[in-house]
Design a protein around this ligand. Sequence first.
Ligand code: BV8
Ligand code: ZN
Length: 360
Amino acid sequence: MKQQIKVRSAFGHFSRNLPRHHPCFLKVFSCHSCLSRKIFFPFPIISSSIKQARAIHSTKNFCLNLLNFNSCVSSYHQRNMSSNRKVSSDMNAFQDQLNRASKIVALTGAGISAESGIPTFRGADGLWRKYKCEELATPEAFAKDPGLVWQFYEYRRQLVSSKEPNLAHKSLSVLEQNFLRNSPQRQVIVVTQNVDELHRRAEMKRVLELHGSLFKTRCTQCKAVKTNYNNPIVPALDKIELDELDRHIDPKDLPRCEKCTGLLRPHVVWFGEQLDPFVLKQAEGLMSVTDFLLVIGTSSVVYPAASLVPQAATRGVTVSEFNIEQTAASEYSKFFFKGPCAQTLPKALQIGETMISHWG
Ligand code: BV8
Ligand code: ZN
């Protein structure tokens, strides 16, 4: 019996054939036979996800439908991409729109911390360069070698603790302060993929952390979540260097729960793990009310974070990208300001260095 598949868009409505106007970056597929399980697929749907779906759903037709769906959507994308959208870098036009916006959201990625000296994930000096992210940021990696994964995270904790927020982080905080002081009906909220807490250290009040924090731990046994700024987090993880992540550490010397002595893990979202549904709902809620979206220092390849941009763009919201190169988000952007965002962002937000130094 041919299993029918219902496609529920990540934006909450059912559609059998994709509506033409609807750019699909992320779809939730619920297999007819076990509706309970949902699988996010980034678009274009990559073969490994289909293999994974087949394994989970073991229904042959499931993949057939996916492929049909996929080809239908990709033709939409081909058409869209060929419309070679022109992005503008007209600062006056940007600032004119910025000054009329009242619910500004800034979606940030690793690039906003680059000028603080924190390597990005996929750039030339990318953090992952020496290791495949699958090796270090997945539940399977942690189950296989918790010592290696803890060395990777402790390295990043120690690196971030030695760095400071840069002018890009601070310009968003100064904008927020200006609103609070002079026009409380206007808001700026940061939705960050970063786990380095530099927005918080730049005194940003409203920050939504999509992927957790390097400075929180979660007990694998009792699930207790704790903030932890100890440096090192345990003596066995003292002074870690990225190119020597091969220390053998006895599991009993790894971070342990004070309550139940269970093994602690970093309280971050690993690849293949779902984001906290409440946090994702908040992020999607912000995308449904924002009237001005800044996309700063992200390659827009990681889902579901990357699906937030089209979600706002399809509402007609002006998207402005700050990056050293164009990305998948550029397709949705009206403005693109090329360059290191610690230089481009303060200028665009009209936040001078004096304001930042006086304030921050
Ligand atoms: C999920 C926390 C549903 C950890 C991170 C198969 C099964 C299930 C899911 C998938 C699958 N196949 C693919 C997926 C989806 C997968 C995914 O998106 N994979 C990608 C690689 C294709 N996503 C997931 O797994 C997510 N969960 O889908 O759950 C599910 C679950 C189970 C079963 C079925 C379905 C979870 C994703 C979260 C992963 N965790 N972080 C940690 O940090 O250790 S993501 C990690 O990447 C960081 O958070 C980082 O912030 C984020 C995104 O990267 P960017 O921030 O964009 O950084 P990047 O280096 O890529 O880019 C930097 C940018 O800055 C560049 O554009 C560069 O040009 C620019 N830049 C550099 N310097 C500057 C600059 N810009 C301005 N100024 C500068 N100076
Ligand atoms: Zn515990």
